[in-house]
Design a protein around this ligand. Sequence first.
Ligand code: HEM
Length: 505
Amino acid sequence: MFGFNITWILASAISIILIFVCRNVSKIYDYWLIRGVPYAKPVWGFGNLSFIMRKSAWEFFDDLRRKHPLDYVGIYLGWQPALVVQSPELARRILVKDFKNFQDRYLYSNSSDPLGSLNLFTVKNPIWSEMRHHVAPSFTTAKLRTITELMNLNATELVQKIQRDYIDKKQPVNLKELFTMYTSDTVGYTVFGLRVSVLSGSDSPLWVITSHIVRWTFWRGLEFTMIFFMPVIAKIFKFKFFSGPATEYVKQLFWNVVKERENSKTTEHKDLVQLLLKMKETMKLPAEAGSQLADDLMLAQAAVFILGSVETSSGTLSSCLHELAHHPEEQEKLYKEVSDALTRSGKEVLEYDDLMELEYLSACLYETMRKHPAVPYLDRICAKAYDLEGVRIEEGVPVLVNVVALHHDPRYHPNPELWDPSRPTAASENDNLGYTFLPFGEGPRFCIGKRYGMMQMRAALAQLIHKYRVEPGPVPYIVQPDPYSVLLAPKNGGCVKFVRRHKAN
Ligand code: HEM
């Protein structure tokens, strides 16, 4: 009798709590309705995130703009209301004009993940502005010129690897992996001053790191997605921005390089480690912060430079080769531009200034980034209540700029699904075509590695297209994005067929 009463009381209490939670969570989903903002219908408990691990974030933003072709649309990241902005004018206001209200990103790792929460991409103010100021000189034109020489050496090794492995040995090409190797060899020098070459088959500590950083298994994808879209959950479960092994390898390599520098007392290096060591001496941190914070900040910047330079460029280069393989006329035009430039210059390999002058080559890359932007949306959080065209955005509400929507809007880019490098493209890396072209973001938080990323892609593409003709591989033209990756990456890596153009390479 007594047992029955306890069970009955417990069951009633649980039911009451459940009803209370359900009613209150349901009320949360009235947020945009009450404010008269058009919104995407949420699923109870998930909000609009029920796509996670089934579809990529890229496809989510693409679906959103197709179903809601409006200037702005409300969504729910779990139970958190967020506003998605899809017009150039609203993007300008959030990213540039009223940046003071939107200085930080919504995504967040947690304090138990210093590499994940203190890097330039994730770190909040006031540390962000201090950090940005210190690492901004990473890619001055002078430094970029030097790095381009190394990019060219690596691009030559890339060309040789294609002959050795994919033509002679007839192994299937995994474009994403191939370009991850190329970018990984370059970033070894940029960050640590190390000359490494996984492309030529030698052991590379950088490859150990990068191959872990961008390995998007189900669980890694879930951790990363939660950090971007549901930081509260990431905090509770202590999810990490970089995988455990990647974190350990970055730490080991970073401190080994620092120790070597201290022992040899050399300061003439031009890499990121040297810049960070200088930053440590001059950085203004909160008085209560210990030296651990300074160390964590250095390490976090090294890690995010590795991720930033590898993942986006390798994905974009994969998409670009895929499009060229399916557009033979455009490919021949590009080949001619590169070939003519080589003849004119009398050089074996085009250098920094030559590469900068290749307009059609830049246009192929820009058009690839328009159609397939590696970063599908730009993330900001509202720091102070703000009125956007009559919509009151409250403090703490995320505002996401839908880059896929802007890049695929036929009003700004007619026939947007067509890959056409002859359409008006950005005239320079700083041209956002009236906020309709934002592959590197915009405003004070724009991509710090934009010029480096472009140069790294130019160097590889120029050499590849001069040596090989690319033809479609055994994959359909419409490539499925990897559902586990927040950034755009081709599922299974992407594939083309390389055919040698000249007898002697
Ligand atoms: C194709 C190449 C690249 C693309 C498409 C790309 C794209 C982007 C985008 C869209 C953002 C967000 C900007 C915003 O929110 O307004 C960003 C930020 C960032 N990127 Fe890149 N990126 C590329 C290459 C690189 C490289 C090579 C590095 C490092 C060497 C890098 C490091 C970063 C960092 C640290 C941030 C955060 C900046 C901040 O918040 O202050 N990226 N990138």
